[in-house]
Design a protein around this ligand. Sequence first.
Ligand code: FES
Ligand code: FES
Length: 211
Amino acid sequence: MTNSKFLPLTRRHMLAASAASAAVVNAPHAALAQRSRNEAAPPPQMKVKMKVNGKPHEVELDTRTTLLDTLREHLQLTGTKKGCDHGQCGACTVMVNGTRVNSCLSLAVMHEGDEVTTIEGLGTPDDLHPMQEAFVKHDGYQCGYCTPGQICSAVATLEEIRKGIPSHVTGDLTGSIAPTNMEMRERMSGNICRCGAYSNIADAMSEVAEG
Ligand code: FES
Ligand code: FES
């Protein structure tokens, strides 16, 4: 028998009441989220001036654009390759003010006023850079996908050795550094070649190092 002082409350009523109160609580948050999605500001843009392969460029970019995407997508310099896009393969190596960098890990806006050299700036098919000639002579590639990054890295590597910048395998830190096979392999270890052309790359570098 039902107690007349209270309304009969079934399990169905309880569930309906809970759902209704949850909807009321969540409604303002859902509306706010939708409004902020609708009103999302466009990504911030910035103008960047840099010299690439000796030519001045000014590009307006989403500030999150990497140097790699700037070169490939905005300046159409597609010689620089995108491999992992995570700093692990070296395919995107270019030189910035003479120092090699993984361009996939570097935002373009960090390079205001910098001088960038890509594979296109090292040589042309009619006028190869000595390192490009040596790679051809020693078969330092197979598919060629890693090759632009390998060559930029190799050029910068020999410059590092010439300047006396030590690596983990440099034994004598007091004198000049010899461009040994071990030195070059250690310094090039961030440039991965899926085709396994490492020995031939080291031979090509040795030839250029010996002048
Ligand atoms: Fe930059 Fe792999 S694409 S390190
Ligand atoms: Fe094919 Fe290096 S030549 S990945």
